[in-house]
Design a protein around this ligand. Sequence first.
Ligand code: PEP
Ligand code: MG
Length: 563
Amino acid sequence: MIKGISAAPGVVIGIALTITEEELVIPKFISTFDLEEARLGQAIQSAKLELNSLRAKTLETLGDDKAQIFDAHMMILEDPELLKQTLTKIKKESVNAEYALNAVANQFIAVFEGLEDAYLKERASDVRDVTSRLLCTLLKKKKISLENLSEPVILITRDLTPSQTASMDRKNVLGFLTDIGGKTSHTAIMARTLEIPAIVGLGNFSATVKDGDRIAFDGETGEVKINPTSEQIEFFTSRHNAFLEKKKEQDLMIGLESKTLDGFHIELAGNIGTPRDLDALHRNDAEAVGLYRTEFLFMDRNSMPSEDEQYHAYSEVIKGLKGKNCIIRTLDIGGDKKLSYLDIGEEANPFLGYRAIRICLREPELFKTQLRALLRASIHGPLSIMFPMISSLEEILAVKTIWNEVKAELNEKLVPFALDIQLGIMIEIPSAAIISDILADHVDFFSIGTNDLTQYTCAVDRMNEKIEYLYNPYNPGLLRLIHMTIKNARAKNKMVGICGSMAHQKDLVPLFVGMGVSELSMSAMHILSTRKIIRKLVKSDCEKLVIEFLKLGTADEVKKLLN
Ligand code: PEP
Ligand code: MG
């Protein structure tokens, strides 16, 4: 049995489809101009049809922001210079279309790759993608597309980007397994949001699997078996049945209160990345949105979403919640989330670099546009706004100055907005957790981002599977920081939630309840199981558990205590 890092639960048995970008062999032969011009024209027409259908499908399932990837590809396909130079080469050298196209496209790619500007550099991969689509048609090779699979498969690959994960054919992708990535990489987070069973960080796994191999895996334990024996299939099948049974039991929690036996309510909220994720939240009876990661609206496109586009996305979520509260987080770009059109430069340590609020404070127009869109959307229902990666009081004060400027500008233009918007910060950097008693005076709420708080407290990159053993939620130092933050918020009567992946970890929930947390926010799929746990707890017992925890010095001891 091979073991990786659990990304999203679910037990799956199915056939492997390995995804490696195959090197295309480009033939060179003498041909006539008319024939090759016609072949190239047909390939372009067929690529246009493919792109149109991919765009329509993506628009329907994932919305306009994701669909725009294909607009960029269409523009390259219609680029007059690429076509002109390819035809000239065919004519001058009497060569075949694929040879000429490949040679011309490689020159374009080399030029883009040599540019300083990160946005233009990124265009190289778009040209490569479009060229490979055309070459596949000319060479009659099938291009593997994750959006359109013909049968149910388990995808095996070295890595997936968050956007590839978002655009997967959800009907036919039974699950996916990747060589790299950690539990809180955004690919893993996306798998949980989309409820696709997945394991990441499997080392060199993709090299050991062939297409058509039978694979069985358990997304919860991280265990995988290639070509399982009949006994092993029986084992995974019984796990699968147990998983379904557990889901059925969890459904009994729909409509019940998230209250401990002694009557303390813990709000169970959901994390979303796009308005479409609301369906899953409603299905799982979420009480609010505790984290709307707005950066997904900014990703996989060629330009910033306009104020109106942002206003529509935020309004859609607020309206969809029908009176339940919505915490929308301002742009958290940087780290493992990049924008092709915003040059943040090459960084040795992107997670310690130019990211989130640091970018927004340096790019006030970008920040103000988002704040205006949020303020305008606030008339549709209860809204809280949260700022990511806060490391100091100075940053909160700078944010508030901009916030007040934006409100004054809207007032002047008589644009309506709600007056009771709550402002909060993510506590995900130790320097903020340590002065949380002071920060609590300046904001309405805290939400603890344990994904980043773990990496910054324990100095362990959340993306690096080699040091995953140090990315340990039982680390007593990390848990003490969380405890301290909750205590400081409570002392000032401020709401304090947890929205990182630790929020749904079964054995930690009693500890968080004992510490006094008011809200836990998680992927939709974990809400009902967490409600089930909360309904069995007695708060005073949980408080005693915290006293016991404070005596411990090792992660193993903490783990044992919580078990
Ligand atoms: C976190 O850091 O815990 C968090 C919720 O934010 P993100 O995972 O988007 O960095
Ligand atoms: Mg974070």
